[in-house]
Write a protein that binds this ligand. Structure first.
Ligand SMILES: Nc1ncnc2c1ncn2[C@@H]1O[C@H](COP(=O)(O)OP(=O)(O)OP(=O)(O)O)[C@@H](O)[C@H]1O
Length: 750
């Protein structure tokens, strides 16, 4: 390969950068005084120092006060300090700026000379969106014009420069191709060097607005969501604590999968939860949850109990359900309107009317029991403020009586009696008032019964008629009955189901509110199509913010019986400020695999645009017809061995359900020739084993090669769920896809 004319110069620059990083790291670790010595030690032998013009950079070098986090990211960046270079001349300026873009920034604080520019800085848009020639970019609301004179990619591996490529009019395709053709052993890697324009726009879209992204399988949704977090945290690094950010992911398996990418992006402090984990934390209560096996049971054709449950799930996630809860809450609020004024002894300290006004109007924005606390404090203050007056009032009254008795013209005996009586009464009344001061408020507050959220939730289902009323005619009697009885039955077993969690969180937020530590300021949800209206609304209500990033793909909506079948309602009713964006290109799979998967979309009753694969060709998918168990074992093992020999690293065998997966696992395990692992929901993915998993658990994951197997369970063209599950399976591989089964039709392939 011919070497780039600037290869040596770029190598020197890399050498300089690395050494400089060493100095900074060492200095930050040791002490200020050490800095100069370190400089001499490291740069002492560099004869290119002057000719390269680097000396200037060093003269003003000062001590870098670095945080541990900065130091850590610098250390991590040492093997690959940057990935691209852009030469930029601003309009009206003579001096050209030579910018090296990397995963972190490194600059001299005094002269602001940047040695490495962070990919998240505004000027990095020059690399992601600019072409050689005239350009402009925006930073802090201002537009800057200029000219890109050079755009260059620098391939660095283990700290060594391996290739230099100038890109002029073309995009970053070549590097993208390289990166996509690699094996997926690193799982979700960072893609900062190859972020595409359409992706860049989403990563950098207005940070003060929610965003909804509908993206095809493999279009980089997960990757982009993580990079947007990284961008957000960088942008607000001085004001925002990453711990206030939260990722909601579909399973622990998925969290484990993405968490590898987090430290690389400097966002490891971001909280990560599944929805049910978060709800339990937010309401401060561990719940016994019914096993969530609706999806699997729905796959059994003609399972009417499962269909009924799916109907209930749909209702519990719907907007109508929110209205039911709101109507119920109205009733609950009514119980907090006092009938009587607040008295301490005979003194009226607060009228019921005023109480209601404040409670319902002034403090409406607070959760119910926070309002009640406020009212209690207010009354308490009234008591305190009037305490002295009330006692003095009683004393004054009796003192006057006493005076009258003392100075009356009555018989001494009679007078004495009157005086004693007045004194006794005074004592008695003062004590009465004092007791009233102590207990009146407590007694008054007793009329407001405070129950735990879960009890309120349970009570909602006690009366079917009432439930119907809350639904305001929108729910047929049969369904109201069904749902009430279904939940009563759950509660008898002290259980809840996943679909109850959204409503419970919503109710809790309205009644008690969620405490500060559990209220995220920014929430990122992957696989958002699987969440219901109620779940998303409850998260928004609980955290009291609409700052959400939702990424998902409706075509992979295998939980659509409870999730979403369009983004519209969510955008209109929950996130009206949201930006909506689409990603249609797929970066994961080859053209051959994607073309095959695209055919499935035609069977779905929605209009999905075809997914466009980024042009990368590979081996076409293949079908192998098999008869008996031995056949399966033999062929699968043969294929795996062959693929290993081709330098592919991660493999998955994906069956339709857990039942088939288990059976196949047993077969392969008994055979003992190849290490296999049956993946369960809560587990992490081993790096060195072939995993067997059911289709629905594979969502969001990717592997070099996928072997789609049908032992006893076929996919059915007339079942929407089956089509989506197969679509998910077929869009998991990066490079190879193979089908093994009895008949082609079992995989809907012609
Ligand atoms: N700009 C890019 N440069 C290099 N690789 C990319 C780029 N964008 C995406 N990829 C790769 O494409 C693959 C798919 O990305 P990702 O898993 O984020 O997609 P997704 O939309 O979340 O997929 P799914 O819908 O299947 O969950 C990953 O291997 C990712 O690294």
């Amino acid at each position: 390969m011919e070497q780039h004319p600037d290869f040596v110069k770029e190598s020197q620059r890399l050498d300089f950068t690395k050494r400089y990083m060493d100095v900074v790291i060492e200095t930050a670790q040791s002490s200020k005084d050490q800095f100069k010595k370190n400089m001499e030690k490291v740069f002492g032998d560099a004869d290119w120092l002057e000719t390269g013009g680097y000396g200037e950079l060093l003269t003003n070098a000062s001590f870098f006060e670095m945080s541990m986090a900065e130091l850590e990211s610098l250390r991590r960046a040492k093997d690959k300090p940057y990935f691209a270079r852009v030469d930029f001349t601003r309009d009206g300026h003579e001096k050209q700026e030579v910018l090296y873009f990397g995963k972190t920034s490194l600059y001299q604080r005094e002269n602001q000379e940047q040695i490495i520019v962070d990919w998240r800085s505004p000027i990095a848009n020059l690399y992601y969106e600019g072409r050689v020639g005239e350009v402009s970019y925006e930073a802090e609301g201002e537009e800057f014009q200029g000219n890109i004179d050079l755009k260059r990619q620098l391939m660095i591996e283990d700290g060594i420069l391996t290739d230099v490529r100038d890109i002029d009019l073309t995009t970053t395709d070549e590097l993208l191709q390289d990166s996509l053709s690699k094996s997926s052993s690193n799982r979700l890697t960072e893609i900062v060097a190859t972020i595409q324009e359409e992706q860049n726009r989403i990563i950098r879209a207005d940070l003060n607005k929610p965003i909804i992204v509908q993206g095809a399988a493999g279009s980089g949704k997960t990757t982009i969501a993580l990079h947007r977090i990284s961008y957000f945290i960088y942008h607000y690094r001085d004001q925002f604590d990453p711990r206030h950010m939260m990722i909601i992911a579909p399973s622990r398996l998925f969290i484990d999968y993405i968490s590898e990418a987090l430290p690389e992006l400097g966002v490891e402090k971001v909280k990560q939860f599944t929805f049910s984990e978060y709800v339990q934390q937010a309401i401060g209560k561990k719940l016994k949850l019914k096993e969530d096996n609706k999806l699997i049971r729905l796959l059994e054709q003609g399972n009417s109990a499962a269909e009924e449950e799916a109907l209930i799930s749909g209702i519990k996630g719907s907007e109508m359900y929110k209205n039911i809860i709101d109507a119920y809450l109205k009733d609950v609020y009514q119980r907090f309107n006092p009938k009587e004024d607040f008295y301490v002894d005979k003194y009226r300290l607060y009228s019921a009317k005023k109480f209601k006004l404040l409670f319902n109007k002034e403090y409406w924005y607070l959760p119910l029991f926070s309002r009640l606390d406020k009212m209690k404090n207010l009354l308490q203050n009234q008591v305190r403020a009037n305490k002295k007056l009330m006692v003095e009032g009683v004393e004054k009254y009796f003192d006057e009586r006493l005076d009258r008795a003392l100075f009356s013209r009555l018989e001494p005996e009679k007078r004495k009696e009157l005086v004693t009586n007045a004194l006794d009464k005074k004592q008695e009344r003062v004590e009465e008032v004092q007791t009233a001061i102590k207990v009146s408020l407590r007694n008054y507050m007793k009329q407001f019964e405070k129950k735990p959220t879960l009890q309120y939730y349970q009570e909602l289902f006690e009366d079917e008629e009432q439930f119907m009323k809350y639904a305001d005619g929108k729910l047929p009697k049969s369904e109201a009955q069904l749902i009430c009885r279904y939940n009563q039955d759950l509660f008898k077993r002290k259980m809840y189901e996943l679909e109850d969690l959204g409503p419970i969180l919503y109710l809790h937020s309205k009644l008690y509110g969620v405490n500060k530590e559990n209220r995220a300021k920014n929430i990122v949800i992957d696989e958002a199509q699987d969440y219901s209206f109620m779940q998303l609304l409850s998260l928004k209500t609980a955290s009291d913010t609409d700052m959400f990033t939702l990424v998902g793909d409706l075509a992979q909506g295998i939980h659509s019986y409870r999730g979403l079948d369009s983004w519209e309602t969510i955008q209109q009713k929950v996130f009206p400020r949201a930006i909506y964006s689409e990603l249609q290109k797929s970066y994961r799979t080859t053209v051959e695999i994607m073309n095959e998967a695209n055919k499935l979309l035609e069977f779905l009753p929605y209009q999905f645009p075809k997914v466009e694969p980024v042009v990368r060709h590979g081996v076409p998918p293949e079908f192998t017809a098999l008869e008996n168990d031995e056949d399966y074992c033999e062929h699968l093992l043969l294929k795996l061995d062959k693929l290993k020999g081709e330098n592919l690293k991660t493999f998955a065998i994906i069956c339709k359900t857990m039942k088939d997966s288990q059976k196949l696992y047993q077969l392969l395990k008994d055979n003992g020739k190849h290490p296999v692992k049956l993946l369960q929901e809560q587990e992490s993915i081993p790096k060195d084993q072939t995993v067997i998993l059911p289709s629905y658990l594979s969502k969001g994951l990717e592997f070099d090669a996928v072997l789609a197997v049908s032992l006893e369970e076929a996919y059915n063209k007339d079942n929407e769920l089956d089509i989506k599950l197969l679509y998910v399976t077929m869009t998991r591989p990066l490079h190879r896809l193979y089908f093994f089964g009895k008949r082609r039709e079992d995989f809907l392939i012609s």
